[in-house]
Structures are given as structure tokens and as C-alpha cells.
Unconditional design. Structure first.
Length: 212
């Protein structure tokens, strides 16, 4: 079996900011402030050094997001969920591997791509790589091969909206991040946001600071 080159290969990244954010009172989550900065700014700070291209998947506030990075929208109407954003990303990205992350994950691992690349070197036939927090799969933090686009297009056309169900149809590498317990905190409500901000203040660190 041919082992994939473990050295860096170009990667596009898509920040998923296309949801309804109903638990956040309908506010556009990417622009909800945390420690004086919008959530998406925290994500961008951690993401940009790891990838070669950044796109934002957004179905509203597009002009505002466009000031940060190129914006792509879903081709399916009515907020069809993360899979629709992933399809838009696979179709728009310049590179053959596309990393997807949520706009409300300010603790994104700063070694995310290095670990994902290592996983591909160990499992060269994988079509996608997914993060695992030690307890649960984190399907919106995933690296997908662009040739998966036709499969995803078909799944969405058939009404599939569950990420794990579609992932399960393909060769998947799972990467553990149990050593970074806060890496995949999703801030879905004002209460969760306030609790996380209080923890940051108590620790004396900002969300963008590197953890030891």
C-alpha cells in the first residue's frame, strides 16, 4: 500500500456560519461577542495559520462576513444544516482537502491540521478525517476530500441531514483530542457563552491564547 506523503499539503478551510442559531435567540452566531471579539474572529485567529485558504459559509450577514474572507452560501434553501454548508465548501474550495469548523468554536485546536495530516499518513485510504473529543465524535470539525461532493449532493437530494449517517458511508479516520477538553466547546446559547467567558476571565486567558 502506498503511504500518503506526511509532509504538508495544501488545505482549504470553511467556517460554517450558515445556521439559524435558534438557541442564541436567532442572532448570527459568528458575530456574537466573546471577550470583546466576535466568535468568528477567535476561530479565524486559530484557523488561518493552519490552512492555505479560508472561506466562510454564510446565509445571512454576507457583506459583513465578506470583509473577513470570501463567502459562499448554501445552494439548498431554508437552512438545511451543516451538510449543506459542507457541500458548498467542497464545490468552492481551491484545494483537494477541505477542513470544516464551526463559527462558534473559539477553542479550536492549534494543532488540528498537523494531527489530521498525521492520521492521513497512517490511514492513506481515508476519504475524511474527523475529530473526537474523547467521549464523542465532533462531526463539524472534519477534513473532507473534495471528490466526496457528488455523494454529498445525492445524500442531500434524498433528504439526508445527519452528518454521522453520511460520514458512515465513507472511509473515515478518527483523531482523538481528549487532551484538549475545551477544544470543541460550542457556544449555542447566551448562558453557555456567559459561562465560558467567565471561565476565561477567571483563568486570565483569552480564547485566542495558546493553552499549555
Amino acid at each position: 500500500m502506498t503511504i500518503r506523503d506526511p509532509h504538508p499539503f495544501p488545505v482549504s478551510a470553511v467556517i460554517l456560519a450558515g445556521g439559524r442559531a435558534t438557541r442564541m435567540g436567532g442572532d448570527d452566531k459568528g458575530w456574537v461577542p466573546l471577550a470583546g471579539q466576535p466568535l468568528i474572529e477567535h476561530v479565524l485567529t486559530r484557523l488561518r495559520p493552519q490552512v492555505d485558504e479560508v472561506l466562510i459559509n454564510a446565509n445571512r450577514s454576507q457583506a459583513r462576513y465578506r470583509a473577513l474572507a470570501p463567502v459562499i452560501c448554501d445552494e439548498f434553501a431554508d437552512f438545511q444544516g451543516p451538510l449543506a454548508g459542507m457541500l458548498a465548501g467542497l464545490k468552492s474550495a481551491r484545494h483537494d482537502w477541505v477542513l470544516f469548523v464551526p463559527c462558534d468554536g473559539p477553542g479550536l485546536p492549534q494543532d488540528l491540521m498537523s494531527r489530521f495530516r498525521a492520521a492521513l499518513a497512517q490511514q492513506p485510504d481515508a476519504e475524511l478525517v474527523v475529530a473526537h473529543d474523547g467521549s464523542h465524535l465532533q462531526p463539524v470539525v472534519a477534513l473532507l476530500s473534495r471528490p466526496l461532493a457528488p455523494s454529498l449532493q445525492q445524500a442531500l437530494a434524498q433528504g439526508e441531514r445527519k452528518i454521522a449517517a453520511w460520514f458512515g458511508r465513507h472511509k473515515m479516520a478518527v483523531v482523538p483530542f481528549a487532551d484538549q477538553p475545551d477544544a470543541f466547546i460550542n457556544l449555542n446559547s447566551p448562558d453557555e457563552l456567559a459561562e465560558y467567558e467567565a471561565r476565561l476571565k477567571a483563568s486570565g486567558k483569552g480564547a485566542c491564547e495558546e493553552k499549555p
